[in-house]
Design a protein around this ligand. Structure first.
Ligand SMILES: NC(=O)C1=CN([C@@H]2O[C@H](COP(=O)(O)OP(=O)(O)OC[C@H]3O[C@@H](n4cnc5c(N)ncnc54)[C@H](OP(=O)(O)O)[C@@H]3O)[C@@H](O)[C@H]2O)C=CC1
Ligand SMILES: Nc1nc(=O)c2c([nH]1)NC[C@@H]1CN(c3ccc(C(=O)N[C@@H](CCC(=O)O)C(=O)O)cc3)C=[N+]21
Length: 280
């Protein structure tokens, strides 16, 4: 058996097209949607991601300001800048790139992002609202996982989903989104005893550990659906997920590719959140 490929590209294109329409309407009405990306790192993969957001924003008709504070920025400087952007009526979406400089706590710092502009769900208040069932932007990656499952009509009600990873960017918010869709969710992490026993009992596996090749055939039940969130750079400049696609494809029922799976949907949703924030 070879697993079906759950591409994210068509979904991402549809979200981008709808977003461009909404952006054009907002611009025509005198409110050009604007996204600010705060950067305080010299990290190369972060720089790649920021460029790809800026490119996608431009194509969608969203103004994108890159606010580079440099890798030496202090927590106070970052907080002040996030506060200024939060108070600026011409800015509708704010994202704060990670990593932050050593010693700067990302959760504390993200408290300075206005919740209404928190388009990547980075403020702990947004995560709390999500957990409580109140309106909030979910982190774009977590939402991308659920949107891909829905797009490919994977049933979630009553299904057992194993999430590998408990970060505030992916694992925790995706668990809340899945609970809201009536899945039974198990969240795994680096201290989970016998990861393979847990994941191989699940109907759906969401891999978000940031470890290339972590999920092998022994981690997956025959016919299960596997969503690969990992984006791990390879020495030759490529990109691989957390799933050993070669062995898992022979056992799983369906698998998202890397690249071309969760990544493109993430960027598209970030921009959709920005026009939604501007429309309010
Ligand atoms: N495609 C996209 O749009 C995005 C992709 N990503 C990618 O997703 C991956 C995860 O990102 P992120 O959540 O930010 O990463 P973090 O490093 O913040 O979290 C990783 C999580 O995985 C767990 N983990 C690590 N190793 C193992 C292991 N051997 N077994 C079980 N669990 C393990 C960690 O456990 P513990 O808590 O115990 O340390 C932790 O909870 C990365 O590859 C990242 O690049 C992230 C965001 C967006
Ligand atoms: N708070 C926070 N939010 C994030 O969303 C976040 C983050 N932190 N930290 C870093 C990771 C990384 N990330 C990616 C998003 C899209 C692609 C993407 O679109 N990749 C393409 C192609 C990449 C290639 O081929 O090189 C693809 O998968 O098809 C990749 C990586 C978001 N991240």
């Amino acid at each position: 058996m070879t697993a079906a490929v759950l591409s994210g590209r068509e979904l991402a294109a549809a979200v981008r097209a709808a977003t461009a329409d909404e952006a054009a309407a907002l611009t025509a009405a005198g409110t050009p949607p604007r996204l600010a990306v705060v950067v305080a790192t010299a990290d190369e993969s972060s720089a790649w991601y920021v460029r790809s957001i800026a490119r996608a924003a431009e194509k969608a008709g969203i103004v994108c300001d890159i606010v580079d504070l440099g890798p030496g920025a202090t927590a106070e400087e970052i907080r002040v800048r996030l506060g200024e952007l939060s108070a600026d009526d011409t800015v509708h979406g704010i994202i704060m790139q990670t990593p932050l400089p050593a010693g700067v706590n990302a959760q504390e710092t993200a408290l300075a992002i206005a919740v209404a502009k928190d388009v990547d769900g980075a403020n702990p208040v947004s995560l709390g609202r999500l957990a409580a069932g109140l309106p909030a932007f979910a982190p774009a990656t977590a939402e991308a996982v659920v949107r891909i499952l829905e797009h490919h009509e994977v049933p979630l009600t009553g299904r057992h989903v194993a999430v590998v990873g408990r970060s505030t960017v992916v694992g925790k918010p995706v668990a809340h989104l899945l609970l809201d869709r009536n899945a039974t969710v198990t969240v795994c992490h680096s201290r989970t005893a016998d990861l393979a026993a847990v994941t191989s009992a699940a109907d759906v596996v969401v891999a978000a550990a940031g470890r290339a090749g972590l999920i092998t055939a022994e981690h997956v039940a025959p016919g299960a659906v596997v969503i690969d969130v990992g984006t791990n750079p390879t020495p030759d400049g490529g990109l691989v997920g957390d799933v050993d696609a070669v062995t898992v494809a022979d056992k799983a029922g369906a698998l998202t590719p890397v690249p071309g799976g969760v990544g493109p949907v993430t960027t598209a949703l970030l921009l959709q959140h920005t026009v939604r924030a501007a429309a309010r």
